[in-house]
Design a binder for this molecule. Structure first.
Ligand SMILES: NC(=O)c1ccc[n+]([C@@H]2O[C@H](COP(=O)([O-])OP(=O)(O)OC[C@H]3O[C@@H](n4cnc5c(N)ncnc54)[C@H](O)[C@@H]3O)[C@@H](O)[C@H]2O)c1
Length: 309
């Protein structure tokens, strides 16, 4: 099933995962609006799609402000006549522990990921509703947003917030036939290249060698191209019934994430007073939930020294 005749916007698509998404959408027949803050990578992305016979145009502007969202939708409509698919991928990191995180670290990450997703989706959904286009909105979450991660207060807030918005938008846009999902990717990119745990996988990828099976299978960690197929699938007619979902993908692995559900429910006649909780909390809720991602131990041959060690 082809995306021929469809028009897509992919934010932050000059490099990394966004570039792979744009290239795959173009390969399946869609015309693509490339977006990045980096003009050179945006131009290269357009050239790479055109060189394989695809259609692409670049908008160099920072995602976050409403003006950029308007410019993106306007460019899709002015250049290709319509908009069917939006992928909100642009992102930055400002990692540090809570007690060292500045207001600027927090605001920068929230502005690009959370506000950038809100403003672009609002603009695209408004256009799709007005033109009765059963569009596809694909946002990007992260394992950090699902489970929390040491040193990522700002990023966890933004990525968890995106999944919260997806559930709301799936409800609000259902009648218009517009699907809204979050993809939870894991891949070797500039963003993950510095994480020591992934060093052996990134090293193999950079040498053009296949990634060790431990990464691809056990960790669901592969290349950007491994994520791109799911983006194009969600954009296709075949995925018309898939909405409000958080779907993980990386390497050889595909996962459907659960949405929060109560795992324990208990009742106390007259309500749960301080005294009732002192006596009964532990029995009422049972085992507590875990936090953070669970990584299996790295096999010895895939261990690398920490940078600077
Ligand atoms: N790499 C992973 O394993 C991983 C895991 C989970 C989530 N993600 C998410 O996937 C997305 C892409 O990540 P990546 O690893 O390819 O990162 P990357 O840093 O390689 O690429 C991000 C791109 O976004 C652009 N960008 C940054 N700020 C922008 C802005 N305000 N407006 C427009 N473009 C902007 C950058 O210039 C860059 O080209 C991000 O949302 C990231 O949080 C990545």
């Amino acid at each position: 099933m082809s995306l021929e005749g469809k028009v897509a916007i992919v934010t932050g698509s000059g490099r990394g995962l966004g570039l792979a998404y744009a290239q795959e959408l173009a390969r399946q027949g869609a015309a693509v609006v490339i977006n990045d803050v980096d003009a050179a990578t945006a131009a290269d992305a357009v050239a790479s799609i055109e060189s394989t016979g695809g259609k692409a145009v670049a908008v160099v502007a920072p995602v976050g402000p409403t003006e950029t969202a308007k410019q993106l939708v306007q460019t899709a409509v002015d250049t290709y006549g319509r908009l069917d698919i939006l992928v909100t991928n642009a992102g930055v990191l400002r990692d540090t522990v809570l007690w060292k995180m500045s207001d600027d670290d927090f605001d920068t990450v929230i502005n690009v990921h959370l506000r950038g997703t809100f403003t672009t989706v609002r603009e695209a959904a408004t256009y799709m509703r007005a033109n009765e286009i059963p569009g596809r909105i694909i946002t990007i979450g992260s394992p950090t947003g699902q489970r929390g991660n040491f040193g990522q207060t700002n990023y966890a807030a933004a990525k968890a917030g995106i999944v919260g918005m997806v559930r709301t938008w799936a409800l609000e846009l259902k009648k218009a036939g517009i699907t809204v999902n979050a993809v939870i990717p894991v891949a070797a990119t500039a963003m993950t290249a510095t994480v020591p745990y992934f060093a052996a996988a990134v090293e193999a990828d950079e040498k053009g060698e296949p990634m060790p099976a431990f990464f691809r299978h056990d960790l669901g960690f592969g290349t950007s191209d491994d994520v791109a197929g799911l983006i194009a699938y969600l954009a296709s007619d075949a995925a018309a019934g898939v909405t409000g979902q958080a779907i993980g993908v990386g390497g050889d692995r595909l996962q459907l994430w659960s949405h929060p559900e109560p795992v324990a429910t208990a009742y106390h006649d007259g309500g749960w007073s301080y005294d009732a909780l002192q006596d009964g909390f532990a029995d009422a809720v049972g085992p507590l939930q875990s936090v953070g991602e669970k990584f299996p131990p790295l096999p010895e041959d895939l261990q690398r020294p920490a940078p600077g060690a």
